[in-house]
Design a protein around this ligand. Structure first.
Ligand SMILES: CC(=O)N[C@H]1[C@@H](OP(=O)(O)OP(=O)(O)OC[C@H]2O[C@@H](n3ccc(=O)[nH]c3=O)[C@H](O)[C@@H]2O)O[C@H](CO)[C@@H](O)[C@@H]1O
Length: 361
């Protein structure tokens, strides 16, 4: 039995949250998941992703539809359950939307976090794993990116909310040594659970490469637009460190294990593979393993994009005892299995429509 028993997962019905819940259950943790369904699917019985996570693991999840901005509601959940540690995924994450609605992003991501930290403190729960992003590094000054690389020169509001929260956590852990926090800086999460039962199903307009690529391969979108062919990279297209979402999930279990054994106050770790893959390379692997054709259209660079980024993974290896196991082929195969088994994503809640005849229903 793991030292932390009850784990509260915020954003548990989302893409990364639901995969992490599977891994937590398999590692023997009890999961209390909350989600407000802003960017995850809701059906009549709650979250289809979490129902499927129960099917995969044969274990039960306690679930609440709850919003971190509703303090009394979150407080009541903490009153009811003795939470040993929180994994905090819940956040708005659409880069374009964040530029148009900065207040929405600051309110949701920053205030949501403040509420959560206050409620945790009042319930004597000081252990947290925070879902951060490699976006905090901005344009890399050196590669691979180590955790000591400067942070903060970010061009979008979403990324700044991650950066501001990391700064908040620094102040908090400096002021009160009871806190024990790990911030995980994810590189580019892709892939899906190998069962094909859970995967990425964004309810908001998405612009990330892998889901777009899969939509084109399915014939739901006509062409994949490749943003930029003149980057200073071997084939001219942008390079990223794609990481399988199941490897990312096991990184969280490794972080929990470290927190349960050591009082580290606050530490940050990169979660990546340490390998850079270009857009063209990813498309080639995807076409090879799925046998699907992906028509491409080459256009100019996307505003705000960086050229190349990949992680230095040595700190996570040394201190978390964690490294990735899954290949780029597996990322593509698993994502494709999820997409072909669920071409329209999860079954959506159907609103009962009332038939009105001559003014009478
Ligand atoms: C500016 C922006 O959106 N940044 C977000 C984006 O980063 P990031 O740009 O790394 O991730 P994407 O999946 O959007 O793009 C990956 C690579 O594919 C290229 N590409 C993407 C889509 C497409 O239709 N065609 C194409 O060529 C991009 O130019 C890039 O080189 O996702 C990350 C992980 O979720 C977030 O942390 C970043 O904040």
């Amino acid at each position: 039995m793991p030292r932390f028993k009850n784990i509260l997962v915020t954003g548990g019905a989302g893409y990364i949250g639901s995969h992490c819940v599977v891994t937590l259950l398999e590692a023997g943790h009890e999961v209390i998941a909350i989600d407000n369904f802003t960017n995850s699917v809701e059906d009549e019985d709650g979250s289809p992703a979490l129902q499927r996570a129960e099917k995969i693991t044969g274990k039960k999840i306690t679930f609440y539809k709850a919003d971190l901005l509703d303090k009394p509601q979150i407080n009541a959940i903490f009153d009811k359950h003795p939470v040993d540690c929180v994994i905090h995924f819940a956040a708005l994450k659409a880069v374009g939307e964040s530029m148009q609605q900065p207040l929405l992003y600051y309110q949701n991501n920053l205030l949501g976090m403040l509420n959560l930290l206050e409620i945790m403190r009042s319930h004597n729960c000081y252990q947290m794993v925070f879902s951060s992003s490699c976006t905090v590094y901005g344009e890399p000054e050196h590669l691979p990116i180590t955790e000591t690389h400067p942070t903060g020169s970010i061009t979008n509001v979403y990324g700044r909310t991650k950066y501001f929260i990391e700064e908040m956590l620094k102040d908090l852990s400096a002021a009160d040594d009871k806190w024990n926090i790990i911030s995980l800086r994810y590189f580019n999460p892709v892939g899906a659970h190998p069962s094909g039962l859970i995967g990425e199903d964004p309810t908001k307009e998405f612009t990330n490469l892998m889901p777009f690529l899969a939509q084109v391969a399915l014939g739901k979108k006509p062409v994949l637009t490749v943003f930029g062919t003149d980057y200073n990279t071997p084939d001219g297209t942008g390079i990223r460190d794609y990481i399988h979402v199941m490897d990312l999930a096991s990184g969280h279990v490794a972080a929990l294990n470290l927190l349960s054994q050591t009082h580290i106050r606050l530490k940050v770790y990169n979660l990546g593979t340490g390998k850079g893959v270009s857009v063209k390379e990813l498309v080639n692997v995807f076409e090879r393993v799925t046998k699907a054709k992906v028509p491409l259209k080459y256009v100019d660079r996307r505003l705000g994009d960086i050229s190349a980024m990949w992680a230095d993974t040595s700190l996570a290896k040394e201190e978390l005892g964690w490294s990735t196991q899954l290949t780029i082929e597996e990322m593509c195969t698993d994502f494709w299995r999820w997409q072909t088994m669920n071409p329209d994503g999860y079954p959506k809640k159907t609103k009962k429509t009332e038939i009105v005849v001559n003014g009478k229903s």
